[in-house]
Each structure stands twice: as structure tokens, then as C-alpha cells.
Design a protein around this ligand. Structure first.
Ligand code: ADP
Length: 376
């Protein structure tokens, strides 16, 4: 938008007409005071400023707006009598570009100058935009780098913990073997096995992450019974967690098309989290049902829950709720992998949760995904 400032209405009218005819948006002010008020409120690309005006003259207006943040990139074309001292023009104004035209105004020259200022303005806006994008990109990369470093340190710690336990149990095992204490040997062997299983799961998750990153997470889809895998998982997890009641509702009663092992991985992840993040509760509710041509599956716990702002982010890679990350160990990659698996089954994944009330994690997947998407 261009602002024309002139005390002579006939000048304003003719300038306005020519500029508008050439596609420019134009605003007008009949005095320096009026111009200042307008410039305070609005940003202009260019101000065409009559030098000789009663009251505040053009130079004074230019000097006054040099401090306005809204006029930081505004250019000025002075309209001056031929006798005006052009050196005065630069006085006090260093913000946008400056130029002048002698009166009477040659419209062709004015138009040429206006177009040049507009082009410079567009170019500098494009440059600023690009600079902003580059800065955002740098920030994004820095943040990703920071998260990765943090992840490596947590991952090393998580891997070290079961390793240290295994080392300790093996030393104890040696002693029990020396004493021929077969019962204790069995107990300790079992503990070693548990720790190895933990390590195994951690390494599997780490491998999954790198496969997702490189687009190499493969799916082996076929028809299988969802009810059967759920029965099996609940049986095994119930045995491993006798203090928790895994309460199951609903059945699917039909086969679904998908990668059985990967769907199993999601279910186990939901239930493991439900147990882990609800240390003071002894119930987990597991629901599965057919909704039209989709499976609905959910795991509800009565644990720590989480605030809305976290619910949007917990499926992001490496995201962990900060307030509770000291209390509960983890890498913040399980749900990210779950999301990838469900999305690759053309499904949706989500959570409903209230802090202190518990969480419900769920997914929906179609039983018969579209044929052309079955291949991966
Ligand atoms: P991890 O549990 O290893 O940190 P996940 O990707 O499984 O990684 O979970 C990401 C984060 O989501 C967890 O760190 C935790 O803050 C939150 N979370 C996951 N499941 C639950 C749950 N059932 N209740 C409360 N918070 C949960």
C-alpha cells in the first residue's frame, strides 16, 4: 500500500488516479499530522511525501517516522520544488529507500520509481522469508540433534541396567553351583532370563526405529485370528503379572488381515505401559470389538494419566512426559513404533486420558484393508 501525503487535494487526486490505474493500492493524508497517525497504525511499502506543506513539512514527517517500527522498511519519495535542497532529504531518515521527484511531477518518472521500490520491497520480503525459514530449519535440526544425544544417553543407560543385573546374577549363580544348591540356581537362571528378555526387547525397539527411519520396516500380512492372539497375550502377561487383574471384554469373532507379530507388539506395548504407569492400581481393562468393518481395541488403566498437551505428543519419537520421566524408566519409542505399525495397517491410534485418573490407549484398524495397499 502507498501513502500519498500532500496538502493540495488536486495533487492527491491525480497521483492517486495514476497509481490506482497501474494496480497499486493507495491511501491519502492531507497533512503531516494525519500522515503520522496513519503510519502509526498501518505499514506502507512507500510514502509519497510533499516537502512543502503548512504545519509539519515533509522532512519533519520523514524524521518523525524514522523511529517507528511500522515504517522500518518503508521507502519515501519526496515531491519537492526544483529549488529545494536535495541534501536535506537524507537528514534524519535512514530506514527504507529514499528518492525525490521535482514538481511538476512527471508521472512516467514517478511510476518508474514506484515500480522500482516495489520490486526492491518484494525482493527483500522474499529474502527475509527465506532467512526466517532457514533459521527455523537450523533450530529444528539443533533440536533433533539434542533429542538424539539425549536418547543415546538414555538408551545406553537402559541397556546397561539389565547388563549389570545379568553380571550380578551370574556371579551369584557361580556360588550357588559351587554349593550344589539347585533350587537357587533355577531361581537365578530365571532372573537372568528375564533380564535377557528385557535386553532383547530394547534392542528390537532400537532396530525398529532405525528400520522406520530408513523406510525398511517390513510387514508380513495375512489373515489371522485377533481373538486368538489376544487370548494368548493376556494369558502370558497375566502369568508374568499375577498382582494385576487383566479384565477382558468383547470379541472380534472374525479373522483380520494384517501382520500378526506387529499387531501383537502394539497390544503388548499398550498393556505393558498400562501396568508400568499405574503402579498403585491392580486392574487393567482390555476391550476389543467389531465396529462396522473395523476392529476397535483399547487398553484402559487407572494410573497416573497425563495432561492434554502431552496427549498430542506421546506418539512422537523420543517423547516422554518430563514430570514423570525420572520415576519411570523408558526410551519414549514404544508408542512411536506402535503408531507406525497402526498407520501401516491403514488404522488410527489415540489416547484419552486425565491426570491422576488413568489413560485409555486405543486403535482402530480395518479388517480388510484396501487391496492395493496390502502389499507392504
Ligand atoms: P516409554 O514408556 O519407554 O517412555 P512409550 O513410547 O511407550 O515409551 O511412551 C511414551 C510416553 O508416554 C511415556 O514416557 C509416558 O510418559 C507416556 N505414557 C505411555 N503410556 C502411558 C500410560 N498408560 N499412562 C501414562 N503415561 C503413559
Amino acid at each position: 500500500m502507498i501513502l500519498i501525503v500532500d496538502d493540495a487535494p488536486e495533487n492527491i487526486i491525480s497521483l492517486k488516479k495514476v497509481l490506482e490505474k497501474n494496480g497499486f493500492e493507495v491511501d491519502t493524508a492531507a497533512s503531516g499530522d494525519e500522515a503520522l497517525k496513519k503510519i502509526l497504525k498501518k505499514s506502507y511499502v512507500l510514502i509519497i511525501l510533499d516537502v512543502q506543506m503548512p504545519g509539519m513539512d515533509g522532512f519533519e514527517v520523514a524524521e518523525a517516522i524514522s523511529g517507528y517500527s511500522k515504517a522500518k522498511e518503508t521507502a519515501i519519495i519526496f515531491l519537492s520544488a526544483a529549488s529545494a535542497n536535495v541534501n536535506l532529504i537524507t537528514r534524519g531518515y535512514s530506514s527504507g529507500g529514499l528518492d525525490y521527484i521535482s514538481k511538476p511531477v512527471d508521472m512516467n518518472v514517478l511510476l518508474l520509481k514506484v515500480k522500482t521500490f516495489y520490486r526492491i520491497y518484494e525482493q527483500s520480503r522474499a529474502l527475509n522469508e527465506m532467512q526466517k525459514k532457514l533459521l527455523e530449519e537450523i533450530e529444528f535440526r539443533k533440536e533433533a540433534e539434542r533429542k538424539k544425544d539425549e536418547f543415546i544417553s538414555i538408551a545406553s543407560h537402559e541397556l546397561k541396567t539389565p547388563m549389570t543385573s545379568i553380571k550380578g546374577y551370574i556371579q551369584l549363580l557361580e556360588r550357588s553351583i559351587d554349593k550344589n544348591d539347585v533350587e537357587t540356581v533355577k531361581i537365578r537362571l530365571h532372573k537372568v532370563q528375564n533380564q535377557i528378555e528385557k535386553l532383547n526387547l530394547l534392542v528390537a525397539d532400537l532396530l525398529d526405529i532405525s528400520k522406520i527411519e530408513s523406510g525398511k520396516l517390513k510387514f508380513n500380512k495375512r489373515y489371522f485370528s485377533f481373538d486368538d492372539i489376544l487370548d494368548h497375550i493376556i494369558e502370558v502377561m497375566q502369568q508374568a503379572n499375577p498382582a494385576i487383574k487383566l479384565i477382558r471384554t468383547g470379541h472380534i469373532n472374525t479373522e483380520i488381515f494384517g501382520d500378526e507379530m506387529r499387531i501383537e507388539q502394539v497390544i503388548i506395548n499398550f498393556i505393558t505401559n498400562a501396568i508400568k504407569y499405574a503402579p498403585d492400581s491392580d486392574e487393567v481393562h482390555i476391550t476389543s470389538e467389531l465396529r462396522g468393518s473395523e476392529i476397535y481395541f483399547s487398553v484402559r488403566d487407572f494410573g497416573i494419566g497425563m495432561a492434554k498437551e502431552h496427549q498430542l505428543q506421546i506418539f512422537d519419537k523420543f517423547y516422554r512426559v518430563e514430570e514423570t520421566s525420572e520415576r519411570f524408566q523408558g526410551l519414549g519409542i514404544g508408542l512411536y513404533i506402535c503408531q507406525e505399525i497402526i498407520q501401516r495397517h491403514q488404522g488410527t491410534i489415540g489416547v484419552n486420558s486425565e491426570p491422576g485418573e488413568g489413560s485409555e490407549f486405543y486403535f482402530n484398524i480395518p479388517i480388510h484393508p484396501e487391496k492395493d495397499m496390502n502389499t507392504n
